[in-house]
Design a binder for this molecule. Structure first.
Ligand SMILES: C[S@@+](CC[C@H](N)C(=O)[O-])C[C@H]1O[C@@H](n2cnc3c(N)ncnc32)[C@H](O)[C@@H]1O
Length: 220
């Protein structure tokens, strides 16, 4: 965490990030072209979204039900739709959802965009796939933009997530979560274990200086 805060408080990086965030930016994957609002998690500047996109690109998704919990730009849900899935994309960031609706229309893809605090407004309990790229730095978010990064001082996001998740998991569900070496994964896993879930490593990928891990979350 200290390393991350040091990274983003460096004057040059801070200036660069503020400049980058000053207007909506374009992002493209597999011919899906989207605009990302400056208040939304930037898929271009981070590794996690791209690693998930490459992972999902390889999945057989024809006619599968797919939930991206905390969708940000929604590029992952758009890719899932393009691969034949029935995708639902949820977030607490209304700007992200508004942009996703426009981006979906422009790409002639259909995604159900749902405003939801975690699973609060998610009615379907039997998705074939659930994909989560969570906020994981232990700090209280001061804005909607910061909610993409910070999970609360005491990991409140994960406490709530792992409390709700079991009723959405069956032996048929493929629930994948990406975490980085930068986060306190042992603490996050402990919260899952407390709620009778376990993490199985399915992919480890190093990009530049950061290693990311995709875990399958399973019920004991
Ligand atoms: C790290 S970003 C990932 C965005 C996107 N899935 C991706 O991979 O590019 C985390 C996302 O979760 C959303 N989020 C944070 N807390 C949430 C909550 N309680 N309920 C729903 N979404 C939440 C944030 O607004 C943000 O869009």
């Amino acid at each position: 965490m200290r390393k991350f805060l040091k990274k983003i408080s460096h004057p040059f990086l801070k200036f660069g990030l503020n400049f980058y965030y000053s207007k909506p930016r374009n992002f493209t994957y597999n011919n899906i072209k989207i605009k990302v609002h400056s208040d939304v998690f930037p898929p271009k500047l981070t590794f996690s979204t791209k690693i998930l996109l490459d992972f999902i690109q390889e999945l057989e998704l024809e006619n599968k039900t797919f939930l991206e919990l905390g969708c940000g730009s929604g590029i992952i849900s758009l890719l899932a739709t393009k691969k034949g899935a029935k995708a639902t994309a949820s977030d607490i960031n209304q700007t992200a959802l508004d942009y996703l609706v426009t981006n979906a229309e422009k790409n002639h893809l259909k995604v159900e965009a749902v405003y939801s605090d975690l699973f609060q407004n998610i009615e379907n309990h039997s998705f074939d796939y659930i994909i989560i790229n969570p906020p994981y730095y232990p700090k209280a978010a001061k804005s909607i933009k910061e909610q993409a990064w910070f999970c609360g001082e005491n990991f409140e996001y994960f406490e709530k997530l792992f409390h709700q998740l079991p009723s959405y998991l069956s032996s048929e569900t493929n629930c994948f979560m990406i975490l980085s070496q930068d986060c306190e994964s042992e603490k996050i896993k402990a919260i899952a274990i407390k709620n009778a879930m376990a993490f199985e490593l399915v992919l480890e990928e190093k990009k530049l200086v950061e290693t990311n891990y995709i875990f399958k979350i399973v019920v004991w």
